[in-house]
Write a protein that binds this ligand. Structure first.
Ligand SMILES: *[C@@H]1O[C@H](CO)[C@@H](O)[C@H](O)[C@H]1NC(C)=O
Length: 189
């Protein structure tokens, strides 16, 4: 990276909360079909790309509630360093591509949310990438139905990133369990 690029990336970093680096977005193999109702409910974030939105946040959960055939609501919860619980509310709408959604949170530009792979019952591998002129903005999350993923499910989750040429070495573990304070999950429908 030359000096100009570093300055450029820093300038862009002020405008986005994504993980920034150079390169193009990989072309993603989308899932053949997606069962939206089965995807609803609580997910625990077990790993993520470092990003500005979630910096310093532990015990992150995502609660998805179906609104209708094409839409679900999102409530993300996190524990902050000062012991408080932060809630973020968003919405997701379906696209023509199975497992691909447009997700928006208050005050954030919408992102494309791609489910690379999920078995609905244990894990979900989620990825987002957008290209700028000389950089790309990525989000990646390894979600789990329980506070920790068992080794087989984790292997399946990471394999979904590997097989789409997405770098799993950037993923960081999100603290879960132990001293986490969790909100009540949404009611099961
Ligand atoms: C789903 O709900 C949204 C928001 O309430 C609405 O705009 C949209 O038209 C609904 N879609 C269907 C298929 O009912």
């Amino acid at each position: 990276m030359n000096g100009f690029t570093v300055v450029l990336l820093l300038a862009v970093a002020g405008l986005t909360n994504a993980y920034l680096d150079q390169g193009n977005c990989p072309s993603i193999k989308h899932v053949d079909e997606f069962d939206l109702p089965s995807y609803m409910g609580r997910w625990f974030e077990t790993q993520r790309y470092p990003d500005g939105i979630e910096k310093g946040r532990a015990c992150v959960t995502a609660d998805y509630v179906l609104v209708n055939d094409t839409r679900f609501s999102i409530r993300n919860s996190a524990n902050l360093h000062d012991g408080s619980i932060e809630l973020l509310h968003g919405n997701a709408v379906t696209t023509d591509t199975p497992g691909r959604f447009i997700v928006g949170f208050q005050g954030e530009p919408p992102i494309v949310y791609n489910v690379l792979a999920t078995d609905y019952a244990t894990y979900s591998s989620v990825y987002s990438c957008a290209e700028g002129e000389d950089y790309r903005e990525q989000f990646a999350w390894v979600l789990s139905r329980t506070e920790r993923l068992d080794p087989d499910a984790l292997a399946a989750a990471l394999d979904a990133f590997d097989s789409n040429n997405i770098d799993t070495s950037v993923l960081q573990v999100t603290p879960q369990g132990g001293h986490c304070v969790y909100t009540s999950p949404p009611p099961k429908v």
